[in-house]
Ligand binder design. Structure first.
Ligand SMILES: N[C@@H](CCC(=O)N[C@@H](CS)C(=O)NCC(=O)O)C(=O)O
Length: 94
């Protein structure tokens, strides 16, 4: 169970996701492991939200992740940023 009391909410993180999406699951697992709170927008059955996601990210796959309004890409890009030790500074910035 996620302990919301200890979650960090410094950066605003948004994740566009869908059900039955392994990449979405992996991305959320990494954020959860860091105690980062995020807004999840599920685009299943919501073509309007998917269209909006495509407009602001230029991509059609899920997940799409935004940190303080900047589209950083999907799951692979999130893990790459983490491996490059660039993710924590982004998440700490408001
Ligand atoms: N490399 C992408 C892969 C994402 C991906 O393939 N997502 C699947 C769902 S798990 C998807 O959106 N498939 C629909 C499509 O390819 O149009 C990432 O790391 O986020």
């Amino acid at each position: 169970m996620t302990d919301h009391a200890t979650m960090k909410t410094i950066a605003k993180v948004t994740i566009y996701s869908s059900n039955l999406c392994g990449f979405c699951f992996r991305a959320k697992r990494l954020l959860d492991s860091k105690g980062i709170a995020y807004e999840e927008i599920n685009v299943d059955q919501r073509n309007d939200l998917r269209q909006h996601m495509m407009q602001i990210t230029g991509r059609r796959t899920v997940p799409q992740i935004l940190i303080n309004g900047d589209a950083i890409g999907g799951c692979d890009e999130l893990y790459l940023l983490d491996r490059q030790q660039k993710l924590d500074p982004l998440l700490a910035a408001s």
